[in-house]
Design a protein around this ligand. Structure first.
Ligand code: DNO
Length: 381
C-alpha cells in the first residue's frame, strides 16, 4: 500500500521536508485557496505539483475537488459548475494526477463537538457528543424537530448543557462544528447556517440521491476519458445531521452509489473512521465487499457510546479491527497499490504547541502512520 500524508499546502506548518521524514511517499492535498465551483487552472496545479516533486514526493490524491452546494441541492442551472468541474479534472489529468476524493455531504463536512477532548494517556482527541450536538440543533439553531433525531437521554442532557453553558461555551461549540470545513470558504455563523439550511428545504433522501446521480452521470464519463478515478468519501458522522439527509453512510448506500454508475472510475474512499462511527457498519466487511472499487483509504478508529456519541481512538484501538480492514484491502486485486493515509490522530507530546490544522497533528499522525505501516508490512502489503 502507498503511504501518504495529508498536506494543507504552503500555509501548513508541517513542511514537505518534514513529511519526507515521516516515511510517507505520497502527498494528499488540494488547492484550498480556490473557491468552490471555480476552475483549478493548469498553472496553479503545476506550481503546487512542482513543490511536491521538488521535495521528492508524489502528489497521489486530490482531497478534495469540492462539489458545489448548488450541485448537491440540484439547482436549476448547473451547466457552468459541471463544466468547471470537468475542466479542473482535465487540468489535473494533464499534470498526471488522476485520483480525486470528494464528498456529497450537504453543507457540513466532518462534524465534531469537541476538538480537544482529553484521553487517558494525557493527549486529546476529536469527539462527537450527541447531547452537545442536540443542544446546538435544538437551542442554538432553534430546530425543534431535532428532538426526534437524538435519544431521549441525549435530548435531556442537551437541555442541561445549554442551561449551564456560557456565551463562550456556545461560541466554542459553533467553532468545533464548523472546523470540519477545510479552507476558508463556506463557514457559517448561526444566521448563515439557518439561511443555508433553507436552501435544502424539501430535499430529502430521494432528491439528494437524484442530485448525486446527476453529478455521477455528468462526471464519470469524463473520468473514463481522462483515465481518472473518483472516490467518494463517506459521511462523517454517518447519520443525518441538522435535518439534512446523508446518503453515503452505510453499505447499502455505497452499493447504491456503485450501481448508479457501474464503472471502476466511480469508486470509494474507504474511511474506516467515518463508517466505524455507526456501530452497525461492519467496516472490514465493507472493505472486502467493495475492495475492487476502493481507490484510496483513510485509516482511523473510533469508540462509540450508547447515546450516539463517539470519540476518536488510537489508530489500532477502538471498535474497528484495523488489522482486518487492512487485510481486506490487501485482498483486493489492486490492494497493494491503494494509497492510504493515517487519518486524524490524537494530539500528543508537543503537538498542541505546533499550530497544526485541527485534527491533523504531527506526532499523533506520525504514530498512526508508523502503526499502520507495521500492520501493512506484516500482512505483506
Ligand atoms: C476529514 C476528511 C474529510 C474529507 C472530505 C473529502 O478529516 O477526511 O474532510 O477530506 O470529506 O471530501
Amino acid at each position: 500500500m502507498i503511504e501518504t500524508w495529508r498536506w494543507y499546502g504552503p500555509l501548513d506548518p508541517i513542511t514537505l521536508p518534514q513529511i519526507v521524514q515521516t516515511g510517507a511517499a505520497g502527498i494528499v492535498t488540494a488547492l484550498h485557496d480556490i473557491p468552490y465551483g471555480a476552475v483549478w487552472s493548469r498553472e496553479a496545479i503545476a506550481e503546487r505539483h512542482e513543490m511536491i516533486r521538488d521535495a521528492g514526493l508524489t502528489w497521489e490524491v486530490v482531497e478534495s475537488l469540492p462539489v458545489h452546494e448548488a450541485i448537491k441541492r440540484g439547482d436549476s442551472d448547473l451547466d457552468m459548475l459541471f463544466a468547471n468541474y470537468r475542466q479542473s479534472m482535465a487540468n489535473l489529468a494533464a499534470e498526471g494526477i488522476t485520483t480525486i476524493c470528494y464528498n456529497f455531504m450537504p453543507l457540513l463536512d466532518w462534524t465534531r463537538t469537541d476538538l480537544h477532548a482529553p484521553v487517558a494517556n494525557g493527549g486529546t482527541c476529536l469527539r462527537f457528543e450527541a447531547a452537545k450536538m442536540a443542544a446546538f440543533e435544538i437551542y442554538m439553531l432553534g430546530r425543534d424537530a431535532a428532538r426526534e433525531d437524538y435519544s431521549a437521554q441525549a435530548v435531556e442532557q442537551a437541555g442541561v448543557w445549554f442551561q449551564a453553558a456560557h456565551e463562550d461555551d456556545r461560541a466554542a461549540l459553533l467553532n468545533s462544528i464548523m472546523s470540519g470545513l477545510p479552507g476558508a470558504f463556506d463557514r457559517y455563523d448561526i444566521a448563515g447556517l439557518k439561511t443555508a439550511l433553507k436552501g435544502y428545504d424539501g430535499i430529502g433522501r430521494a432528491a439528494l440521491r437524484e442530485n448525486y446521480k446527476r453529478f455521477l452521470d455528468e462526471i464519470i464519463p469524463t473520468a473514463q476519458e481522462l483515465g481518472m478515478k473518483m472516490c467518494v468519501h463517506p459521511d462523517d458522522p454517518p447519520r443525518d445531521i441538522l435535518g439534512l439527509p446523508r446518503i453515503v453512510s452505510t453499505a447499502e448506500d455505497i452499493a447504491w452509489i456503485m450501481a448508479a454508475v457501474d464503472a471502476p472510475e466511480n469508486g470509494l474512499t474507504l474511511c474506516s473512521g467515518s463508517l466505524g462511527a455507526n456501530p452497525s457498519n461492519d467496516v472490514p466487511a465493507i472493505a472486502a465487499r467493495f475492495a475492487e472499487r476502493i481507490h484510496f483509504a483513510h485509516l482511523r478508529n473510533t469508540r462509540s457510546e450508547a447515546d450516539g456519541s463517539f470519540e476518536e481512538a488510537e489508530h489500532l484501538e477502538g471498535d474497528t479491527d484495523m488489522v482486518a480492514v487492512v487485510r481486506a484491502l490487501l485482498a483486493g486485486e489492486n490492494g497493494r497499490d491503494i494509497p492510504f493515509r493515517p487519518d486524524h490522530g490524537h494530539e500528543i507530546l508537543m503537538d498542541a504547541d505546533l499550530g497544526t490544522v485541527v485534527g491533523y497533528p504531527l506526532i499523533g499522525r506520525l504514530r498512526g502512520l508508523a502503526e499502520l505501516r507495521g500492520v501493512a508490512r506484516a500482512l505483506g502489503g
